[in-house]
Every structure is written in C-alpha cells, then in structure tokens.
Design a protein around this ligand. Structure first.
Ligand SMILES: C[S@@+](CC[C@H](N)C(=O)[O-])C[C@H]1O[C@@H](n2cnc3c(N)ncnc32)[C@H](O)[C@@H]1O
Length: 265
C-alpha cells in the first residue's frame, strides 16, 4: 500500500507539528531530524513519551484482540438482532458525507464502519485518513481497504496527539475507545484543531452500563477493565462555543452519540 501524496502532505510531527518529508521508508522532520518509520505502507507517528498508561494498556489489548475483533462484532450483532449494524448505519447517515469531503476517522480499528460509509457516499469520491493506536487493528483495516480503493491512508498514532495539520478535515469520526483514553478531552480538542470551519465531529462509544455489565465480566477483556474508573460524561469534552451540539443515548442506553460543529474561529 502506498501513501497518497495529497494525504501525506497533511502529516505532521506529533512533537511540535512541523511538516514531514518522505526519505526512503521514513518520514523526516527536516528541522529536528526526528524520523518516523513507514512500515507496510502505514506511517507510525508516535513520539516515545506521549503514551499514558491507559493508551499502552489498550494498545496491548487491541493488538491481541485484532485477529478475532470482526468475528466478535458479527456475533454481537447477531446476538442483538442487527441493532449494532443499525447503529453503524445511523452513524454513517448522520455524517452526511458528500463527494469531495475529507474525512478523518480516529480509532478506525479494523474499518468495520467502512461498508456503512460506502452506502452513503462512494468512498472513491472522498479523501480519508484512518488513524489508530493499534497496528494489529490497522493491518486488518488495510486488508479491507484494498477492496475499496480510493484516496485513503492509514496512520498509527495517538488520537490525543494528532500528527495532522490544522483545519484539514470536513468530517471527523470517532467510534469506540475514547472512554478509556488517558485524555479524552485532549483528544476532542485535537479533533477540533484539525477540523475545517463548519466541519462535523461525531463521537460514539458505549456507556458505563456496558463496561459494568460486559467488559468487566468478559474473560477476554476483564483483566484490562478491572482497575479502570467509570468514564466521564462525554458532554464535558465539548469545547465552549461549539455549535449544533447533540447528545443522544442509543441502543437501550448502552451507547451514546455526541455530535457538534467546532466553535467559529
Ligand atoms: C472499540 S474499538 C473501535 C474500533 C472501530 N472504530 C469500530 O467501531 O469497530 C476501539 C479502537 O480504539 C483504538 N484506540 C484506543 N486508544 C486509542 C488512542 N489513544 N488513539 C487512537 N486509537 C486508539 C483501539 O486500538 C481500537 O481500535
């Protein structure tokens, strides 16, 4: 997989946000000399000190779960009689994507949402970046991407410290994971920073109900969630001055959808 030049130009050093240039199989900050590798077509833009304890723990968890993640989604969707698929479809519709848009999907995971996005807009008519902390999840997403084509790039990075240029995206989507970031409010600020004026930001995740009833009991995940405090109310992450703020609990109170437009700058 090669990185499209129009998207490569949006990448920035996660430390200081200076532009990067390609040098062989690395991205290089010409000012500091810092280098970041591109492995199998996926740049890894993570500085050595930026990850907190939660980031490290959940990166480990998702690297381990990646091979069975999609199977888990399929079974989960069957178990709840298609409600998960309906929710993904609702999210895709809310984004109102149109040809020419540039989309950032933070925590893209294995790309399970791509098929639902493709029902709304031809993915070859938009540019998009999928970003995730777990290389295992990104490798799965890469396999999906091959069949979809289009101007797309995957980046391994921390959503709390986006290695991306200011004001670059028309739509920013974050589904799952954010409840257990070390700094979810900082991640939301980052989404705002990289959004163009008038962009739409949509954040979705489970509520604490699911964490208590499922993740802290499931043998595959309980070790990771035992000492994890309940997540904060996501509405606290919305910056002052944000417009069209909408918050909705969905799926029998098991999930939430939070959407807004960034404050006018
Ligand atoms: C529940 S999965 C959701 C994946 C996908 N969005 C979906 O809906 O299937 C959460 C994702 O968040 C990613 N993640 C966790 N912490 C992250 C961080 N700090 N920055 C970027 N991605 C992160 C995980 O690697 C994982 O792929």
């Amino acid at each position: 997989m090669t990185c499209p030049p129009e998207l490569l130009s949006l990448l920035r050093d996660p430390v200081g946000r200076e532009p990067l240039t390609v040098d062989g199989t690395d991205l290089v900050n010409q000012t500091s000399g810092r280098r970041y590798p591109i492995t199998d077509g996926i740049p890894a833009l993570i500085s050595p000190t930026e990850l907190g304890p939660q980031n490290r723990k959940f990166r480990r968890m998702y690297d381990r779960l990646a091979p069975i993640y999609d199977l888990g989604l399929t079974l989960g969707n069957l178990f709840c009689r298609g409600k998960l698929a309906a929710l993904r479809r609702q999210i895709a519709t809310m984004l109102a994507l149109k040809p020419g848009d540039r989309l950032l999907y933070t925590s893209v995971g294995t790309g399970a949402d791509l098929l639902y996005l493709a029902e709304q807009v031809d993915l070859r008519s938009i540019e998009w970046i999928g970003l995730d902390l777990s290389r295992g999840m990104l490798r799965r997403c890469q396999a999906r991407l091959r069949s979809l084509g289009g101007t797309a790039m995957l980046v391994q990075a921390n959503a709390e410290c986006l290695p991306l240029a200011d004001r670059s995206f028309d739509v920013v989507l974050q589904v799952g994971g954010i409840n257990f970031f070390d700094h979810p409010a900082a991640a939301t600020e980052e989404m705002v920073r990289v959004s163009k004026d008038g962009a739409r930001i949509l954040i979705a995740d489970e509520t604490n109900k699911v964490v208590r009833q499922s993740y802290r009991k499931n043998p595959l995940t309980r070790a990771y969630f035992q000492d994890t405090p309940d997540a904060a109310d996501p509405r606290r992450w919305v910056p002052p001055g944000a417009r069209e703020v909408q918050y909705e609990e969905v799926f029998d109170g098991r999930g939430y959808l939070l959407s807004f437009r960034p404050p006018v700058s």
